[in-house]
Design a protein around this ligand. Sequence first.
Ligand SMILES: [Zn+2]
Length: 57
Amino acid sequence: MAVPKKRRSYTRNHKRKSHQALKQQDVSTCPGCGNPRLPHTLCATCGTYKGVTWKSA
Ligand SMILES: [Zn+2]
């Protein structure tokens, strides 16, 4: 197994980690019920997408 020759410094690790933060998720509001929902997804509250209500049966 390959073994690293030198310990990587705190600065080196943290320079890389500075680009790995999670971004704020985009949130839009449902035109049907006004609750927040993810864009291009079915509304979890009222079950509507593009004005069409989803039915399980
Ligand atoms: Zn809705």
